[in-house]
Design a protein around this ligand. Structure first.
Ligand code: AHR
Length: 498
């Protein structure tokens, strides 16, 4: 294969990378909360009932913003069911996932976990069956000093000090016909504006995320977003994007080219934000919050999405392979390349449910995507650079022409992080990196994720088949670097620069 040349000019800056793009998502669905992070019966449970082994693994992912409690679940959730003495909390029939919800994990448990894990809490209010006033009360419970009803309730439940939840989602996927309480855009815009105003009146320091279109294939794509943003104006700070991708046709090269479509989705949503700002002649610019993204296509049928009235049924538990891990790397490349407009992103989800971690009783498995996420999230600080790339490319039937090497780069303090994905399914790639006007001095750390084929995966029986390993084939000479990558691989390299 022809060599790829990447030029990374330190003066070609896209924008500062917001650490919140390395966020996660914990929803009350399937075995995500119960059996996933919270299982008082597990041998790994701590005094709170939190699974120490799972939290320890999650710590390695260094996640930032953690979205909770849904997802579709949020649109039927009454937050007051999940607070107070546990034996008095109601067990309810949960409609989004057709499951039983015992409310043994709620706001206070989530906040304790978020504090232990140093996550930035991000709460989704119920705009499906809930009211703007419920949402405002939740903000008071979380953020206000004692001296009023809900803040005093929080103190009574154990935390006199406010939780300071700064990020609030104004409902979830309200454009989707499957959402509890789904309404047309003009109605959602009114509810969301009412809720956001009450919430911001309660705590002016919070930031809010309006529901954008949750699937690019919905007929209201873009029109929903324009309608909502024009109406809500400065009551929202961000608009949400969601994306789940997959390889149903079994065409690896085509699947890996999905980054074109992710780039396009981000740019189209940004175009709506700019359009709305221009039309309204406003100083307010909405930024993007990609608060659900991942690979999800194998477990879409009713048997995987409907819990048949059970407690913690195994729902949407995707088993990830190497090509999925490379697609996760591709999502993150795209986010870094759009650092100027994309400020928050949450991989959906964190354990058992479309997640980097699976549990089976007291055992735990790190999936392939765990490693690609970790390789990126440990290299977060700095300014995203605009890469100039020349080299081999191919035509993907679904997504058009793509470079064989997908890349992004972050310029940190005395370091340069470079991310590379070799999408070629059979050939090694030779890559030259020229940090022109900068100077690469040496390699500080470099890892690679690869495997024998696109379907290779980890199992409970063979848990270490696919994992990141030190990358040996990177050399530095005369201020430039050269890298050799095997087919179907992702690499993350930190260079020391002068
Ligand atoms: O992450 C699983 C589900 O996908 C979420 O609950 C919903 O928002 C989306 O459709």
């Amino acid at each position: 294969m022809e060599k790829t040349r990447i030029i990374l000019d330190p003066t070609y800056q896209i924008g500062a990378v917001d650490p919140r793009i390395f966020g996660g998502f914990l929803e009350h669905i399937g075995r995500a909360v119960y059996e996933g992070v919270f299982d008082p019966n597990s041998a790994h449970a701590d005094e709170n009932g939190f699974r120490k082994d799972v939290l320890e693994a999650l710590r390695q992912l260094r996640m930032t913003a953690m979205r909770y409690p849904g997802g579709n679940f949020a649109s039927g959730y009454h937050w007051m069911d999940g607070i107070g003495p546990k034996q008095q909390r109601p067990t309810v029939r949960e409609l989004a996932w057709q499951s039983i919800e015992p409310n043994q994990f709620g706001t206070d448990e989530f906040m304790k976990m978020a504090s232990m894990m140093e996550w930035v809490p991000m709460i989704t209010v119920n705009l499906g069956t809930g009211t703007p006033e419920d949402a405002r009360n939740w903000v008071e419970y979380c953020n206000c000093p004692v001296g009023s009803r809900y803040a005093d309730l929080r103190a009574k439940n154990g935390s006199k000090v406010p939780y300071q939840v700064k990020l609030w989602c104004l409902g979830n996927e309200m454009d989707s016909p499957w959402q509890l309480g789904h309404v047309p855009a003009n109605l959602y815009a009114i509810y969301a504006q009412q809720a956001a105003k009450l919430m911001k009146d309660t705590d002016p320091s919070i930031e809010t995320v309006a529901c954008g279109t949750c699937s690019i294939s919905l007929p209201t794509y873009m029109e929903w977003d324009r309608t909502v943003l024009e109406y809500i104006g400065s009551c929202a700070d961000y608009v949400s994007l969601h994306r789940y991708v997959g390889n149903p046709k079994g065409n690896t090269a085509d699947y890996l080219a999905v980054t074109n479509s992710i780039d396009q989705q981000i740019e189209e949503m940004d175009a709506v934000c700019r359009y709305v700002q221009a039309r309204s002649k406003s100083k307010k610019r909405h930024y993007l919050c990609f608060d659900e993204w991942n690979v999800w296509y194998r477990n879409r049928s009713a048997e995987h999405t409907k819990g048949s009235g059970k407690f913690a049924p195994p729902l949407i538990e995707e088993h990830y392979n190497l090509e999925d891990a490379l697609v996760v790397a591709g999502f993150l490349n795209s986010f870094i390349r759009h650092a100027n407009v994309l400020k928050i992103a949450n991989i959906a989800q964190i354990v058992n449910v479309i997640a980097p971690i699976l549990t089976r009783s007291d055992d735990m498995l790190l999936q392939t995507i765990f490693y690609s996420f970790a390789m990126y999230s440990s290299r977060r600080g700095g300014i995203a650079l605009l890469p100039s790339i020349s080299g081999p490319a191919y035509d993907s039937p679904s997504y058009g022409r793509v470079n064989t090497i997908d890349t992004s780069a972050i310029l940190g303090d005395g370091v340069l992080h470079v991310f590379l994905v070799n999408r070629n399914t059979s050939e090694i790639a030779e890559i030259e990196i020229d940090h022109c006007r900068g100077n690469i001095v040496s390699v500080k750390a470099a890892e690679i994720l690869s495997g024998p084929g696109p379907d290779a995966c980890n199992t409970f029986e063979n848990p270490n088949a696919i994992r990141s390993l030190p990358l040996q084939t990177v050399k530095v000479s005369e201020g430039k670097a050269s890298v050799v990558l095997p087919p179907l691989s992702a690499a993350a390299i930190t260079f020391i620069t002068a």
